[in-house]
Design a protein around this ligand. Sequence first.
Ligand SMILES: NC(=O)c1ccc[n+]([C@@H]2O[C@H](COP(=O)([O-])OP(=O)(O)OC[C@H]3O[C@@H](n4cnc5c(N)ncnc54)[C@H](OP(=O)(O)O)[C@@H]3O)[C@@H](O)[C@H]2O)c1
Length: 245
Amino acid sequence: MRGSYLGLGLQHGADGEPLIYANFISSLDGRIAVDDGSGEMAVPAAIANPRDWRLYQELAAQSSVMITSARYFRQLARGKAQALLPVDSDDLLAWRAAHGLSPQPDILILSRSLEIPPEALAPFAGRNITVLTGGQNDPQRRRRLLAAGVTLTAGTTVRQWMRDRHHASGYAIAGCGVLHTLLTTGSLDRLFLTSHHTLLGGGHMETLLRDPLSAPVRLQLRQLYLDQQEEQTFADYTLQPQANA
Ligand SMILES: NC(=O)c1ccc[n+]([C@@H]2O[C@H](COP(=O)([O-])OP(=O)(O)OC[C@H]3O[C@@H](n4cnc5c(N)ncnc54)[C@H](OP(=O)(O)O)[C@@H]3O)[C@@H](O)[C@H]2O)c1
């Protein structure tokens, strides 16, 4: 399985356009996050597994920027988040170097509230961190983030921001709010979905999308792998062109 996603050529899109892809692991009944027992929403422990994690890392290795949510940093500050952002294996670090990429992807955070504890950003020193937000924010939070070396940007889409900053490849690793934003602003090209063959049940859960879409978004399956060892499938979908028109 090693290398299955590394050869996909996700380092850039066609015709000089950025390529933006998202990745999720879900139970068969559609859960991407459940209550971890302490009131925190987290990837269900029953479906998270090292084989999927390796492919998560292979997707990260090809990106110039990772796209995530402010919530992730709030959870990190409370010691409740797993380390999602580093490319952490030697072969993938070597792969990045061989392909002319910086050791670690930059970080783009989506946040309306700007409630991002600066101490949660400290582990990512040395990487360019940008927060994409709305126009009206708490001035004190703005100042705190600027003092932490973060760039604040408003009034643009993820795709346009990537074009402006010459980012060729963006990997979205947040949940349903960020996925909805990417879809409704024409900022998603490809979706990777691991379906773990497990039923979880329970009403306190997150799934791929919560908020309504103005029209159904159709996807085309490019590849489907069956992992018989872990009993999960790895699907690779492209958004139909009109979704990003
Ligand atoms: N199974 C999986 O593959 C998978 C993948 C990703 C996440 N998850 C899990 O899903 C749960 C939720 O993840 P998440 O909180 O990252 O989900 P999310 O719903 O994508 O992110 C929520 C936060 O993103 C910010 N945001 C979203 N859209 C925005 C927009 N248009 N403009 C500005 N800010 C925007 C908001 O920040 P502010 O509140 O600061 O305004 C919001 O609180 C977590 O437990 C996570 O572990 C699972």
